[in-house]
Design a protein around this ligand. Sequence first.
Ligand SMILES: Nc1nc2c(ncn2[C@@H]2O[C@H](COP(=O)(O)OP(=O)(O)O)[C@@H](O)[C@H]2O)c(=O)[nH]1
Ligand SMILES: [Mg+2]
Length: 257
Amino acid sequence: MKQETFVYFIGTAGAGKSTLAERFHQWTNVKGIDSILVNLDPGAENLPYDPDVDIRDWISLKEVMESHELGPNGAQIACADLLAVNTDEVKESIESFKTDYVFVDTPGQLELFVFRNSGRIIATTLRPQQSVVCYLIDPILAKSASGFTSQLLLSVFTSFRLGLPQFSVLSKSDVLEKEDLEQVLSWADDAYSLESAVQSEHSSMYRQINEDIVRMLIDFQSHSKLISTGSKEFLGIEDMYTMIQMLFAGGEDVLSD
Ligand SMILES: Nc1nc2c(ncn2[C@@H]2O[C@H](COP(=O)(O)OP(=O)(O)O)[C@@H](O)[C@H]2O)c(=O)[nH]1
Ligand SMILES: [Mg+2]
């Protein structure tokens, strides 16, 4: 039986999860690696790909809105809670493809997958021993030091909740001016430069908190290994692939045969 590697794309709304999942899938096609795309967003309207496994086959946001007389926000939450009910069917459907890589696109809003129980149930049921989270940092939200720190904290919460191996990427990096991109990458390389940048944004009453936050980020190593990605020419995808191969070292590299 094939030993699939699951890659979960997680990040705030609009961070570029669906687009990056699709780009990675295309890249594997070019490289001759077998992969499938799984959509776990019941509320997805305009996906930039045609999913191989689609949660919307089991859960319809529109039907949940009608049957429970809910508005779109309430229905999104109800749908997120229903995700776990269909885990066995989703697992069976994924396994039927007998593939090497499973790219899992998660609901638009991060909290629906990370903070509610369903996400955790899915991530620990499907194939936790060969799963990795690709956490997307939205560059627009990372331009200021406090914004970037907040994004790193969200990635720590994600790792804390799901308990899976995780790495971060700076998505949509083409939307940043060159200087802003360099700034964000330099903060990612050096947590202490991030700390002093946050310090200069806030008054000194936050000094101790800033120090504590930076120490925690270093402990979680969430500040390091930030890979720049963007829609152009598969930017960063090969680095992501290498990172995943390294994480599961000892596993078979499907590219090498
Ligand atoms: N410039 C640029 N735009 C992107 C990139 N990736 C995604 N987008 C755009 O950002 C928006 C949100 O992307 P999407 O993948 O739907 O984000 P999601 O909500 O995290 O799944 C869409 O309008 C995409 O076309 C990128 O690499 N560069
Ligand atoms: Mg999406």
